[in-house]
Design a protein around this ligand. Sequence first.
Ligand code: NAP
Ligand code: GDD
Length: 342
Amino acid sequence: MKRAFITGITGQDGSYLAELLLGKGYEVHGLIRRASTFNTSRIDHLYVDPHEPEARLYLHYGDLSDGARLATLLAEINPDEVYNLAAQSHVRVSFDEPEHTADTTGTGTIRVLEAVRASKIETRYYQASSSELYGATPPPQNEETAFYPRSPYAAAKLYSFWITKNYREAYDLFAVNGILFNHESPRRGETFVTRKITRAVAAIKAGRQDHVYMGNLDAVRDWGYAAEYVEGMWRMLQADTPDDYVLATGVGTSVREFLVTAFEHAGLNWEDHVRFDERYLRPTEVDALIGDPSKAEAELGWKAKVHPLDLARLMVDADIEALQHAGQPWIDRVPLEGWPLR
Ligand code: NAP
Ligand code: GDD
């Protein structure tokens, strides 16, 4: 039985990756942060009592700020594959918390890589790199495109990209960068633009809310479906040689197009409900990210099937469905516009 270690298992991608690996027969170990409330809602459906012989998913407390803990854990678990998905992953928030973002999204990576070396395990390493690295460089973007980061988040991810490549070259580690363009799902964090829109559409449709405040509607992104992207991560670690790959749909869509499609899908006119708030603008914006995933298709046989506007409809349906189930805490407890969250 193969064994995998996932940092960021409680996040969107971590939850889909855990599902995928369990489905392939892996034993899966995940790193979770100690919190004063439960933070496992995205993986609760995978829970099997660890005392049961069929249990194959185990969680361990730890944090990317704690290198010694990472080394001890890796020595204990001795995984065949390490997926480093944990990060402070919100671009706008990285302008508010640049030092914390550097420590988690940048230095956190060297702590995991050093833990791999210190524990002397034989393993393959996946680094969650990002299309944000391209920043101001115009699309289409592929593995040869120059990086031009435009946020503290992207600058931290730039360090992580290069240190991963350096450990591959310096220590002959099987280490790869997945340069993933935006990928979304019904499990997407609630303050990223797609999920913010689809949640608002569901709440407006249900008469629970009248409007939503948005920032720059002209930005263009290449939104794919997260459940498909974790398959690409796994394929990178099954390749004969380690390399870096772009995963994307190749289709660019503006925030406005996504928003119009989402509102129309629910039979709503977006202009009646969308307002502007500069709180959601960034000091430096990334205008357009559209990936060219042809290397991943040719070498890994990976291709995105769900395109951005299909994704908008899929996510609206999921949020409407979620709202119909009583006791959804997010809608009962958290007024959508009540907290000054980004
Ligand atoms: P996400 O939903 O924000 O999940 C982030 C995960 O990291 C969560 O499990 C979070 O734990 C964990 N985490 C944060 N700080 C930590 C720390 N100090 N120590 C340990 N764990 C910590 O992100 P995602 O969308 O799944 O993305 C996964 C990775 O891919 C991230 O590195 C992201 O930057 C990168 N990426 C994402 C996209 C995308 O479009 N989704 C595209 C390119 C790259 P809690 O649950 O406790 O908060
Ligand atoms: N979050 C948010 N909220 N974004 C808004 C809003 C709003 O109210 N209004 C407009 N936008 C615009 C942002 O300015 C940005 O141009 C675009 O919507 C997408 O924003 P996000 O969904 O927050 O994602 P992101 O592209 O900044 O970053 C995501 O994708 C990266 C890969 O390219 C994150 O998942 C990163 O972790 C990831 O690396």
